[in-house]
Design a protein around this ligand. Structure first.
Ligand SMILES: Cc1ncc(COP(=O)(O)O)c(C=O)c1O
Length: 384
């Protein structure tokens, strides 16, 4: 089986095939197991657990669903407050709002664009149940301070690590700090199976219930391991496990980690070096990665001086068939966010960054020639 040649424009994202996806998918089909938790799901679990050093990894149908599992596992109830950055994807907040939680939006730091830990104490109340951190672009939040504040208030920390698989903070993998963490294997991520995710469990007390919630509220996993003689409905739950065919695709990608990460590192460093002078001339910021953070090279973005400059650069690149994209709109100013009391000025950094951030084409097979084309097109651009 082969894939048609890609179109000649430069997209923002293009899926990558590491080479063994079809072989492993055929093997999954040959195993006569198309549903979830087959041999390839178990291989992905074992690889993630061994590489990251987490107690338990469970593949899910998406990061969104892994976040929903986290909210169920934490027993979030109506009226509970959950602190969440305004500058994130809608699933980070929806998972908790589905359980009746009240989102409390926190602003981000202007350097890493991560949750501003200095504002946490001010936002914690007796109703706060969890802090959800998002490692933006896979660059770590300040986890030492966050964990110590959370512990002193007995509040859970969940890491939405959709961008940050294999990123590190002070030498430890992201996804190993919170009691629970979530990963995304959506097509835009470093490792993909089209749509997919994982729940990482660092507090072993959650493991048994997580297996039940993931399997429609039944103790089917215990049954398959011979730990009970029949399986039945024991808790709330849903169907959060992906087909073993998708797990086979993902396994091929995870096995190619060195190749994938080397390609992405080279792309990120090329943008960073080539655009340094041009960015400096126009007061444009490039991503900031603190010394103690090891990034997984998920994304390369620019922070333009204004919304008008950002739009002008998008248009300039579009005219040359180069697709660049903005990112999150602040959640506190969305129509749902406003229903929870969000107003202009609540999270000023999120508001400003959301207007000015532009993500450049970034995918594993971005060729040197295409990247040169992107860079020279950008260098022709002058801010307004
Ligand atoms: C921070 C963050 N969390 C969660 C998600 C949702 O991931 P998924 O598409 O796997 O549900 C995304 C999507 O890109 C994201 O950026």
């Amino acid at each position: 089986m082969s894939v048609n040649s890609p179109p000649s424009n430069i997209p923002f994202n293009r899926p990558f095939f590491s080479g063994r996806e079809f072989e492993f998918m055929q093997e999954a089909i040959g195993n006569w197991q198309l549903s979830g938790d087959g041999a390839f799901t178990r291989k992905c679990h074992a690889l993630l657990e061994a590489d990251l050093g987490v107690s338990k990894a469970l593949l899910t149908t998406s990061c969104t669903h892994a976040l929903e599992m986290a909210a169920l596992l934490l027993d979030i109830k109506p009226g509970d407050e959950v602190i969440i950055p305004s500058f994130t994807f809608v699933s980070t907040v929806n998972a908790f709002v589905l359980r009746g939680a009240v989102p409390v939006f926190i602003d981000i730091r202007p350097d890493t664009l991560n949750l501003d830990e200095s504002q946490l104490e001010r936002l914690i109340t007796p109703r706060t149940r969890a802090i959800v951190v998002v490692h933006y672009a896979g660059v770590a939040c300040e986890m030492d301070q966050i964990i110590s504040i959370a512990e002193s208030h007995k509040v859970a920390v969940v890491e939405d690590n959709a961008h940050g698989l294999f990123g590190k903070y002070n030498g430890h993998y992201l996804g190993t700090f919170g009691c629970l963490a979530t990963q995304s294997f959506h097509e835009t991520k470093n490792f993909t199976c089209g749509e997919g995710g994982a729940l990482l469990i660092n507090d072993p007390r959650y493991v048994e219930r997580a297996e039940i919630i993931r399997e429609k509220g039944t103790n089917r996993s215990l049954f398959f391991r011979g730990q009970v003689d029949k399986y039945t409905w024991v808790d709330v739950g849903s169907s959060y496990l992906p087909s073993d065919i998708l797990a086979a695709f993902l396994y091929a990608q995870l096995k190619s980690r060195p190749t994938i990460q080397a390609k992405r590192k080279a792309i990120w460093e090329y943008y960073n070096e080539e655009l340094e002078d041009w960015a400096g001339r126009f007061g444009i910021e490039r991503p900031y990665v603190p010394e103690h953070c090891q990034q997984p090279y998920h994304m390369f973005y620019l922070l333009l001086p204004s919304l008008a400059d950002r739009q002008a650069l998008i248009d300039h690149l579009n005219r040359q068939q180069i697709n660049s994209v903005f990112h999150y709109l602040p959640l506190h100013l969305s129509s749902m966010g406003r229903q929870f009391g969000g107003r202009e000025g609540d999270c000023r950094v999120s508001e400003s960054v959301s207007d000015r951030l532009l993500r450049l084409p970034f995918y594993n097979d971005l060729t040197e020639a295409d990247q040169r084309r992107v860079v020279s097109a950008i260098k022709e651009f002058k801010c307004l």
